[in-house]
Design a protein around this ligand. Structure first.
Ligand code: TNX
Length: 482
């Protein structure tokens, strides 16, 4: 019996019972917010939800928080147990997030018999907990704009793989994608993108609503204001930020590394304070990403001052800073997060030193986790600077082996990343994410000794109908027997 579970759980066993037919499911749990989200998963599986306890044909799905539930592991608060059998379904978890995970697992276990009739659920007991707490997707909404509807669909997708973080790259050379109340002029940089507008941005209200939607699903939004490079949208609006006081032209190409701020320019620190301050105040989650990547035209001493200042402002607002890996060139305080991205691009010793100073690493190696890389040379979408990332490449890598000499304990987790230079529609975006996001999710969740690429591809094939049912486009890579 193939169980199409992605990511593969810590422990799963058949019970020997008959499959449970589920013409309808009745969700039974005391917390109405959890009940609504569980019902959403049940319906997404194509099973009607019944509220009527008297309705005999509805199978009960009973969910309970039990602090003693499930196996211990690094992701203790996320652990859950799901039992299907004997005409009923039960979940226990240490916290509500685990109940949601159980419902997502249940969704993946529902199959619709080809002959018709009621959907069925395989009789199993699942004990499960993640390897890493930081399991994410980093998404560029600048190079091409993806608005609130698309972003909610992305939240649904990442949540379906039990990911916890959606990092939004909100500013870059081409555009500024979020309203900053103290800097209303930035609206002028909302309408540009690669290849020209029209584009858009999140208003304060859009951002609040998106965070609420994500938080209900136990997904944290991590916003990024990229500096001191990738700032042409800002220097286009504010000439005072440039070296000669002249605003830069709008940019709709895909080169990187040409724009920059100037630390000693008197307009610079007030700008950082305003935008980081507003972003931090508007953000529910504990992290603010302050970029730092690809500043190709700045001495390291000046760059380090930016890192120090940006981190200090983030901390003054009670948040934890995260930088791209280049942040290791600046002073690093304990708890600072660094997002590794460029394979072999940096002095690896610097990362080991940063870890010794207390930095922790989110692993997004371009040759495995960059889902904007083409699957193959022939793939019509995507870039190639980090090579081609076929499904196997996204699956077969070990986060603790990415940086030689880095202690395994310095790995905070794993994030896939997708940049949108070549991606213009939701279907294009999803066809790059699927099926590879499932592979990266399994790297982040599943213990290495339980991973198995052949099993993963079989589960991927079996998952495809549910993606189609959700309206999620995917790329039918020949590495999977669809
Ligand atoms: C590198 S990864 C970048 C982005 C590009 C991406 C394209 C990183 C921190 N910077 O500016 O969009 O490559 O793959």
């Amino acid at each position: 019996m193939l169980l199409p579970l992605i990511p593969w759980p810590t422990d799963v066993a058949g019970t020997g019972d008959d499959p449970v037919a589920v013409p309808a499911i009745r969700v039974d749990t005391p917390d109405p917010a959890v009940a609504a989200l569980v019902a959403e998963q049940v319906e997404a599986a194509g099973v009607p939800v019944s509220d009527d306890p008297a309705e005999g044909r509805a199978v009960p799905f009973t969910l309970q928080v039990d602090p003693a539930a499930g196996p211990d592991g690094s992701g203790v608060e996320e652990r859950y147990t799901l039992r299907v059998g004997d005409g009923e379904i039960r979940a226990t978890a240490a916290a509500p997030v685990g109940l949601l995970h159980a419902a997502r697992t249940l969704r993946q276990l529902v199959t619709h018999p080809a002959a018709g009739g009621a959907p069925v659920v395989a009789p199993v007991v699942v004990h499960d907990a993640p390897r890493y707490a930081w399991r994410g997707l980093s998404l560029d909404v600048v190079r091409h704009w993806f608005g609130p509807d698309d972003l909610r669909a992305v939240v649904d997708l990442v949540a379906s793989f039990k990911l916890r973080v959606l990092h939004l790259h909100l500013t870059d050379d081409q555009g500024w994608r979020i309203e900053i109340p103290s800097r209303p002029e930035l609206e002028r940089a909302a309408d540009h993108q690669v290849g020209g507008g029209p584009a858009g941005r999140l208003t304060v209200d859009d951002y609040r609503a998106l965070q609420e939607y994500a938080a209900a699903r136990h997904v944290t939004i991590v916003p990024e204001f990229d500096m001191p490079g990738h700032v042409n949208a800002a220097t286009h609006v504010y000439g005072a930020l440039t070296s000669d006081g002249v605003p830069t032209d709008a940019y709709d190409g895909i080169e990187v590394g040409f724009s920059r701020l100037w630390f000693d320019n008197p307009a610079t620190e007030p700008f950082l304070r305003d935008v980081i301050g507003d972003l931090a105040r508007m953000t529910r989650g504990p992290w603010v990403h302050v970029g730092g990547d690809e500043v190709l035209t700045m001495e390291v001493a000046e760059f380090a001052r930016f890192v120090e200042l940006a981190a200090r402002i983030v901390r003054e607002h009670g948040k934890t800073p995260i930088f791209w890996q280049e942040g290791a060139r600046g002073p690093v305080e304990p708890g600072t997060l660094l997002q590794y991205w460029e394979p072999k691009g940096e002095d690896l010793d610097r990362f080991v030193a940063a870890a010794e100073a207390g930095a922790r690493f989110v692993m997004s190696p371009g040759d495995h986790a960059y889902l904007d890389m083409k699957y193959t040379a022939q793939h019509p979408l995507g870039l190639e600077w980090a090579g081609h990332v076929e499904l196997r490449d996204a699956y077969e890598w070990e986060p603790t082996a990415v940086i030689d000499g880095l202690p395994a304990s310095a790995v905070e987790g794993v994030s896939a990343a997708i940049w949108t230079e070549t991606l213009t529609t939701r279907d294009e975006l999803f066809s790059m994410l699927l099926p590879r996001l499932g592979a990266v999710a399994e790297v982040a969740w599943t213990a290495p000794e339980r991973k198995d690429f052949d099993g993963f591809t079989a589960r991927t094939a079996a998952s495809a109908p549910s993606w189609t049912a959700a309206g999620w486009a995917f790329h039918p890579t020949p590495q999977v027997a669809w």
